[in-house]
Write a protein that binds this ligand. Structure first.
Ligand SMILES: [Zn+2]
Ligand SMILES: [Zn+2]
Length: 247
């Protein structure tokens, strides 16, 4: 399997995850919030472990201390800027603030914010895969787990803004394309890898620890909280397994 084929395959699967989430919402607006909470928690734990156990150590190895620290912080702040400064109303999961979403532009900025976030999902996948297949596979899985809830989020923002199911799917498609664009950009500027890995580590840290985990905590419940630990455990097992097969 060549590297460009792997990039394409991972990218298309992540994009398909977005579309699946969007399709589920547009098909039946009465969604199952309960189950979504566990997927979010599971994905958050997996991503958090990926950042701490793989992305940060690998960045230090590739780029050294000073540069890694700066780009890590920059990646974190980029997501804060786009998701919560430029688009002040944004949160993961089902959108229930229908009145706010009807205000002009709120839904659109939320979708644009999520597209920028999805772009970094693509950067994450590609920068992992360009280091080696093992890292690429782990980061692909970390991204994939939250792609269905992500598609779900976009579509439910559009539905709460009173848009049709078709518009909701179109918005989801935009998010999928943004993911592919992120992959494409890293491939084009392959030399930027030294920056891309710590930058996407910072972005992933934000998504896991500042977007997903607070959303789970807001809903409360020990079972949802436990799903974060389950995500970390699964990452650790996958990590061990991939090392054992030799990567
Ligand atoms: Zn809301
Ligand atoms: Zn994402």
């Amino acid at each position: 399997m060549t590297q460009s084929f792997q990039l394409l395959l991972f990218g298309l699967m992540a994009a398909a995850g977005n579309l699946l989430g969007g399709w589920l919402v547009s098909r039946s607006p009465e969604t199952d919030r309960g189950r979504l909470k566990y997927i979010l928690g599971f994905g958050a734990g997996f991503m958090l472990a990926a950042v701490v156990l793989e992305m940060i150590p690998e960045s230090f190895e590739q780029a050294g201390g000073g540069a890694t620290a700066i780009w890590l912080l920059a990646g974190y702040l980029i997501i804060q800027l786009f998701e919560h400064t430029i688009a002040p109303h944004f949160h993961f999961g089902e959108e229930t603030h229908t009145e706010e979403m009807h205000r002009h532009g709120v839904a659109v900025t939320a979708v644009v914010a999520l597209a920028i976030h999805a772009f970094f999902d693509g950067v994450t996948i590609a920068s992992g895969l360009l280091v080696n297949l093992r890292l690429g596979l782990l980061l692909f899985l970390a991204v994939l787990i939250h792609k269905v809830p992500e598609g779900f989020t976009v579509a439910s923002i559009m539905m709460s803004a009173g848009k049709t199911g078709r518009t909701a799917i179109t918005a989801t498609l935009l998010i999928s394309i943004a993911t592919l664009a992120g992959i494409f950009c890293v491939v084009i500027v392959e030399r930027a890898l030294i920056v891309a890995l710590p930058l996407s580590a910072g972005a992933t840290l934000y998504i896991a620890a500042s977007d997903l985990i607070p959303e789970i905590n807001r809903e409360g419940g020990w079972k949802a909280s436990l799903s974060i630990f389950a995500g970390v455990a699964l990452f650790y097992l996958t990590h061990l397994l991939l090392h054992a097969i030799g990567g």
